[in-house]
Design a protein around this ligand. Structure first.
Ligand code: PBG
Length: 329
């Protein structure tokens, strides 16, 4: 072999058909979960300033978005409520109300678009007066076991309304096992649990807290329950526990800054792994595109492909509808 170079890796890249043929990773609308924010009223759309292009919708608007999503091939929605401030209390009791905003949205979607999956967040932050995911004691510490008990009630409330996937995002210890047991006891044998297993105390959640109205209320930070961004071994322990307690799939959150965690979880456990490309990541892409730093559509598709390449089964992203339509085009 005297030829130079011995191997030309550019050869398979030299035409569009060949690049398609050699693509190792496939990105399709079926990889997307679309997070939506629900608000009270009818015919209401409230744009979220820190999340340009994303709005809160009243239940009728949410149903219309569910139809858009189904038509674009998106398999699942994730719902988050903007609870009216007068219903937010110290113990987040509105989370247990069978007729709360979330339950009404779930029922309306399952009624109008039964073929789409509905994932619901389990955590008390959209319902508490202090913006924390659980009950706080006099010193401001978020109580684990007392909170977990309420979360079980919240999960059952969502399952009874028709939720397909229960997604605990609160980071309390032991709650996945308790929720699984309660679901089994009530006969919800096919309701899935997607555990926010490795959820970090991140600076990327700001626009989300605007969207659910908890940013101004939040006292302190969430570092006593969400993970330290310095830690990866601990993420593997979190995942191991949640799987052991009965999670069907696990989530890593935020997304792009934590692709190393996605990869390690996938290689170690060989289970379905999802990532949440969170609100601050969405805002960064939008800001970059608006500043002329990159092409918006290309940035969106490249970042989503990166999640797939890292080992994700799917991605929660606010770009879901736009991305699905780009892929379908
Ligand atoms: C609530 C919850 C948060 C997000 C999803 N569920 C915020 C938080 O933990 O403070 C963030 C999602 C995003 O930023 O897009 N437990």
């Amino acid at each position: 072999m005297s030829h130079y170079p011995a191997l030309r890796l550019r050869r398979t890249r030299s035409s569009a058909w060949s690049r398609r043929l050699h693509a190792e990773t496939l990105l399709t609308p079926a990889d997307l979960i679309w997070p939506l924010f629900v608000t009270e009223g009818e015919g209401v759309e409230e744009p979220i300033a820190s999340l340009p292009g994303v709005s809160r919708w009243s239940v009728d608007g949410i149903v219309a978005r569910a139809k858009d999503a189904a038509a674009a091939g998106i398999p699942c929605l994730a719902l988050f409520p903007n609870t009216p401030v007068e219903l937010r209390t110290e113990d987040g009791g509105e989370a247990l109300n069978p007729d709360n905003l979330m339950c009404r949205a779930i029922r309306a979607i399952k009624d109008a678009v039964p073929e789409i999956g509905v994932l619901t967040d389990v955590a008390l932050d959209p319902y508490t007066a202090h913006g924390h995911d659980g009950l706080v004691d006099a010193a401001g510490y978020v109580l684990n076991d007392e909170t977990a008990e309420i979360l079980v009630g919240q999960a059952l409330n969502q399952a009874r309304a028709g939720a397909d996937v229960i997604a605990p995002s609160d980071m309390m210890d032991g709650r996945v096992g308790l929720i699984r047991e309660a679901l089994e006891d009530e006969g919800f044998v096919n309701v899935q649990i997607m555990a926010y297993a490795a959820k970090y105390a991140s600076a990327f959640y700001g626009p989300f807290r605007d969207a659910v109205g908890s940013r101004g209320l939040l006292k302190g930070d969430k570092k006593t329950y969400q993970m330290d961004p310095a830690n990866a071994e601990e993420a593997l322990r979190e995942v191991a526990l949640d799987l052991d307690e009965g999670a069907d799939s696990v989530m890593v959150k935020p997304g792009l800054p934590y692709l190393d965690i996605v990869r390690r979880v996938k290689e170690r456990f060989e289970v379905p792994v999802f990532a949440y490309q969170v609100s601050g990541e969405y805002a960064m892409i939008e800001a970059a595109a608006a500043a002329g730093a990159g092409d918006r559509d290309a940035l969106v598709l490249e970042t989503l492909m990166a999640f797939k390449r890292a080992g994700c089964s799917g991605v929660l992203t606010y770009h879901a509808l736009h991305a699905a339509r780009l892929m379908g085009a």
